[in-house]
Write a protein that binds this ligand. Structure first.
Ligand code: ATP
Ligand code: MG
Length: 268
């Protein structure tokens, strides 16, 4: 982990295939250390696939993926080691239903660190405290609201103090208030702990305000990479369509009979 490396994540000429199909090609991406990057784009375009390349779950067919200056390894043992440095919050939370909130948060600590039980319990309490859930330690996931469960999952992802956090659709299924709680938590944790955060989301309006960098994935690659302000100001028809959530335009999607048709998009 050379300190001189200003980027937490670097992708160069990356191609990612799934099920024998090219999902993303020619992906060049830099994510600065300590920054928050929003990865946006229509459904099924490869946003989760991009995250899978960062965790080493999916090896690129071409190009290079580096995390903290190191190429993402291929051997299972080296991958396990690298993943200790990456916290992942999955869309479905992934909480184990037969464990309490505290036991869920303790899980990565038990798996990866050998700590005396009182130290472990203290760490778990600190993580739950960090997401504002001091009082739910003994509750089971079914006893939590969706927003609370998401925060427990966030505490679990933070358990090992990973310098890189990946969030895949962290706002899905949450009401606007719970969404606001999660986005402000993500921002606060990123800033106070100096984390590098990558947020994959459909929720453009909620995610852009906390992002330093915005990346849009569409049509098999990265179609935009810049600041949120540059994205908002873009006059590109595809980006305008996506930002406004319009059904007609350059972004084809299933069930749209005009998908792919050269429908004129009103000028910005
Ligand atoms: N394990 C897999 N095997 C084969 N194809 C897959 C697999 N996972 C994803 N795909 C395909 O790869 C493409 C990209 O999927 P991905 O999940 O990365 O999209 P996404 O942008 O995250 O979509 P969403 O916003 O709906 O989560 C899709 O066409 C999907 O069908
Ligand atoms: Mg996805």
């Amino acid at each position: 982990m050379p300190a001189s490396n200003a980027n937490a994540v670097v992708l160069d000429g990356v191609r990612l295939d799934r099920g024998g199909r090219v999902i993303l090609r020619d992906v060049d991406l830099r994510v600065a250390r300590g920054s928050i990057t929003a990865v946006l784009g229509p459904s099924g375009t490869g946003k989760s696939t991009l995250l899978a390349a960062l965790t080493g779950e999916l090896a690129p067919v071409a190009g290079q993926v580096q995390v903290f200056g190191q190429p993402v390894p291929r051997s299972a043992r080296a991958l396990l080691e690298m993943r200790k440095g990456i916290g992942v919050l999955l869309q479905g939370n992934g909480l184990l239903t037969d464990l309490t909130a505290a036991e869920n948060v303790a899980l990565p600590l038990r798996t990866h660190a050998r700590l005396p039980e009182p130290v472990l319990q203290r760490l778990v309490a600190m993580k739950l405290n960090a997401v504002g859930l001091r009082d739910v330690a003994g509750l089971y996931p079914r006893e939590l609201s969706g927003g609370m469960a998401r925060r427990v999952a966030l505490a679990r992802a933070l358990a090992l103090d990973p310098p890189l956090m990946l969030y895949d659709e962290p706002l899905t299924g949450l009401d606007p208030i719970a969404s606001g709680v999660i986005t402000s938590l993500i921002r606060r944790l990123s800033r106070s702990l100096g984390l590098t955060s990558i947020i994959v989301s459909h929720h453009v309006r909620e995610t852009l305000p906390i992002a330093d960098q915005a990346v849009v994935v569409a049509n098999g690659g990265i179609v935009f990479d810049g600041t949120p302000a540059q994205l908002e100001a873009s006059e590109d028809p595809l980006l305008r369509q996506f930002l406004r959530g319009e059904p007609d335009g350059p972004i084809p999607f299933e069930g749209n009979p005009r998908a792919g048709a050269s429908t004129p998009v009103e000028a910005a």
